[in-house]
Design a protein around this ligand. Structure first.
Ligand code: FE2
Length: 209
């Protein structure tokens, strides 16, 4: 296990789980510890294990990063590989973008980040509303993302299942598979999204945006 501050996007085979900068019960009450243990230790670990098993005998793929593996899997229509790669990438992005709740106090948002949110969406309220609506309207499992496009503009997009965003720079990821919130919020994706705003690492957010 290495510290999550190291750049996991450069990691190659064998993949291993990240050491998070917070305890698995530190996101209470937004996300409960039971959900975090199942999500981070069981579900994510399973994707990592499956990916390593696929790559064990594929020497030509062992020096590839997650993004390179994903591109390879898509070009070669290797759905089993792309699912495992996406499962690792999406969860790494999601978990490393969180931090313990600071209640109503928002720490770490820079004026530059606010300016970009305002110029692209009209303001924080409008951005959060559009992000939530996008998440609520996604049928089935997937993620909601804030991404930077080719023109450095911000967009809110969704990916289904374990697909990952392509041809853009992701800023923020919200896993909206039911396994991410059902224990705590039952079938209320809205309650989960509302709670999500309290546990975003706004320092990282501001660096990426
Ligand atoms: Fe997940």
């Amino acid at each position: 296990m290495e510290n999550a501050t190291k750049n996991w996007e450069q990691m190659t085979y064998p993949f291993f789980n990240l050491k998070l900068n917070y305890a698995l019960d530190a996101l209470e009450p937004s996300i409960d510890s039971k959900t975090m243990r199942a999500h981070y230790e069981l579900i994510l670990e399973s994707y990592i294990k499956n990916l390593n098993e696929i790559l064990e005998s594929r020497l030509e793929l062992q020096n590839m990063t997650l993004c390179e593996l994903y591109d390879y899997a898509k070009v070669n229509q290797d759905n089993l590989l792309s699912e495992q790669v996406g499962g690792v990438y999406n969860h790494f992005f999601y978990f490393t973008g969180l931090r313990p709740s600071t209640g109503q106090i928002v720490i770490g948002i820079t004026p530059q980040a606010t300016q970009k949110i305002t110029s692209n969406f009209g303001g924080w309220k409008e951005f959060k509303q559009k992000f939530a609506e996008t998440g609520l309207n996604l049928a089935g499992s997937g993620c909601v993302w804030l991404i930077k496009n080719h023109n450095n503009g911000l967009e809110i997009i969704t990916t289904t299942n374990q697909n990952i965003p392509e041809n853009c720079t992701p800023v923020l990821c919200l896993d909206i598979w039911e396994h991410a919130y059902f224990c705590k919020h039952l079938n209320s994706r809205q309650a989960y999204i509302d709670a999500f705003w309290n546990i975003i690492d706004w320092v990282k957010f501001s660096e990426k945006i």
